[in-house]
Design a protein around this ligand. Structure first.
Ligand SMILES: [Zn+2]
Length: 245
């Protein structure tokens, strides 16, 4: 399959050009004209690239890419990564916020799906708030997330114990605790922990689950797999490079 066809399809499907982002989304490294196998990964790091090479991928699609606005590559790390991709003929495609926000394949919508809940409205820029089917205990939600995301949630239990209205912001959504308090949600689920928002959470009586930045953002790239298989009949593989954070 031609790389250009895949890029064109993804740009349209993920509305790459419509969403403002500090990430330079879309095709970031062109190193293969034809694609037979696609690697799906969270971060554009050397570990993922090496695994992609071993798995014979000629395209890798990531959530966190190599190029960001106002970026300075003072350490040459980015340069070395690009060199590796070019040498091994692996192209790189990035979808950052478009893959958080997407109503079909986004990280956040996927977390709602995981909890059998329905997103209602946008929240915190690219997240959503919505409702669980039935009110349930905070502890049972933590247990389910630990199991389904293969993670170990950190929890701030400052709100109600029965949860119905939830907000979900994958990755780093700790600052959105303020919006969660304002919108009277029962629980904010996000990824990365934050010392800075501990006191606000406590004083605003907000429950917060930190399920891990990496783990909450594996879902969007994984959700692209059936889509790419169906559209192009291509082989895809999830490349796991966990950070534990
Ligand atoms: Zn992220």
């Amino acid at each position: 399959m031609k790389l250009n066809s895949i890029v064109k399809f993804l740009n349209k499907e993920l509305k790459i050009k419509n969403i403002k982002d500090i990430s330079k989304n879309g095709l970031q490294v062109r190193a293969s004209e034809n694609v037979n196998k696609i690697g799906l990964s969270v971060d554009a790091c050397m570990d993922a690239f090496k695994k992609a090479k071993k798995l014979n991928c000629d395209l890798i699609i990531v959530h966190h890419g190599l190029f960001w606005k106002k970026q300075k590559d003072v350490s040459n790390i980015t340069k070395n990564r690009v060199k590796f991709l070019k040498k091994n003929k692996i192209s790189l495609y990035t979808a950052h916020l478009p893959l958080d926000k997407h109503i079909k394949y986004g990280n956040n919508v996927e977390i709602f799906r995981l909890l059998n809940a329905k997103p209602k409205e946008l929240f915190g820029g690219v997240g959503y708030f919505g409702y669980l089917e039935d009110a349930r205990n905070l502890d049972s939600i933590v247990k389910e997330l630990n199991k389904k995301l293969d993670t170990k949630c950190k929890v701030l239990k400052f709100g109600k114990s029965k949860i119905k209205k939830i907000a979900v912001v994958s990755g780093y959504g700790a600052p959105d605790v303020l919006e969660a308090i304002k919108k009277k949600v029962d629980l904010l689920i996000t990824g990365e922990t934050s010392h800075a928002y501990y006191d606000d959470s406590e004083e605003g009586r907000m429950n917060v689950i930190f399920a891990g930045h990496y783990k909450t953002e594996t879902l969007g790239v994984k959700a692209l797999s059936p889509l790419l298989k169906k559209k192009f009949g291509l082989k895809t593989v999830f490349i796991d490079s966990p950070t534990g954070l």
